[in-house]
Design a protein around this ligand. Structure first.
Ligand code: NDP
Length: 304
């Protein structure tokens, strides 16, 4: 299978590329930078979709980029880096004379309103309630194929929780403070912390790229899968387990107002609030998690 991955140079994309190549598939990355095995977004727009059997979009400015202040220009980049690239791919698919059989967007669980009690499955109704949920709405809408294209291309949206892995994402920023014994719960610590190991997210994407069992399976609306581990974890449990595996104390809680001052309140919610997200459809699809619980996932990441 030939797979085109927008933003495939990043944390999740590198894992997905490894997995697909191990299975014998060909991968081409769409990037802002030209290079071997890559095309640029400009080339996609000027030359159209290259021949491919599956397409994925993983492009997006990092929401927790520690080098960027929370201001209007950063917010604009968060939106445009996701929506413009997703639109470029969905339009190229719709315009292609030999479209791929599968088109997968990875979005986020920020569409579900943070709550200590509510549980969300892929069937849960939601409407935007803040900036990040508005982002998810516009992002997913940008992936939507017109009816004619949806007849030939299966559309999938995977709503990912915090992606945990050794080589990127939130863990990369967390490991140093935890090693130094400066790790601690964020906000109350009671908030749910929806997470997934990067290897499982790559596995769910790879499965979603497989051709539909019968060609009549292509549907006008995308299939949605929650990309989170089945175990529900709180920030407190996550913090204590990471500290235990690293054999480091976790006695310095970071109050919510400090997180808001450091990150901006609109993005601090990613860490200080959370949702109980259930991967109901993901499990129903038969996907078997390699890292269904936190201890297994963290042991792989910290290597103990
Ligand atoms: P990365 O931060 O690693 O970024 C992926 C790629 O996006 C980069 O390699 C880069 O490719 C491209 N990119 C970065 N900034 C911009 C920009 N301003 N404009 C256009 N392209 C840009 O992402 P991840 O691999 O961690 O995540 C993949 C997707 O999953 C993202 O869309 C992310 O929002 C989503 N997601 C990730 C979560 C996580 O915890 N990591 C959680 C939930 C959702 P290049 O430089 O080659 O152009």
């Amino acid at each position: 299978m030939r797979v085109l991955i927008g933003g495939g140079s990043g944390f999740v994309g590198r894992e997905l590329t490894r997995l697909l190549r191990d299975k014998g598939h060909d991968v081409t990355v769409i990037s802002r930078q030209p290079g071997p095995g890559r095309i640029t977004w400009g080339e996609l727009q000027s030359k159209g979709l290259p021949p491919c059997d599956g397409a994925v979009n993983l492009a997006g400015e990092n929401v927790l980029n520690p080098l960027r202040w929370w201001n209007e220009s950063y917010k604009k980049d968060l939106f445009s880096s996701r929506i413009d690239t997703t639109k470029a791919l969905s339009q190229a698919i719709a315009a292609s004379s030999s479209p791929p059989h599968s088109w997968v967007l990875v979005s986020g669980v920020a569409c579900y309103k943070p709550s200590l009690t509510a549980e969300y499955t892929e069937d849960s109704e939601w409407t935007p309630f803040d900036l990040l949920s508005q982002l998810v709405k516009e992002w997913e809408a940008a992936a939507f194929l017109p009816e004619s294209a949806a007849k030939t291309t299966k559309q999938v949206v995977i709503r990912a929780g915090a992606v945990l892995g050794r080589d990127g994402g939130a863990m990369k920023q967390m490991l140093l403070p935890f090693w130094l014994g400066l790790g601690g719960t964020l906000g109350s610590g009671r908030q749910p912390f929806p997470w997934i190991h990067v290897s499982d997210l790559a596995g769910i994407i790879a499965r979603s790229l497989e051709p539909p069992a019968d060609s009549g399976a292509a549907q006008p609306s995308p299939q949605v899968f929650n990309g989170v581990a089945p175990a529900i974890t709180t920030n407190y449990e996550f913090t204590k387990e990471l500290g235990r595996l690293l054999r480091r104390p976790t006695i310095f809680p970071v109050p919510e107002f400090v997180m808001s001052a450091l990150l901006g309140s609109e993005r601090a919610v990613i860490l200080t609030q959370g949702q109980k997200v259930i991967p109901m459809k993901t499990l129903e699809s038969g996907y078997q998690f390699k890292y269904p619980d936190l201890t297994l996932a963290l042991k792989q990441i910290v290597g103990s």
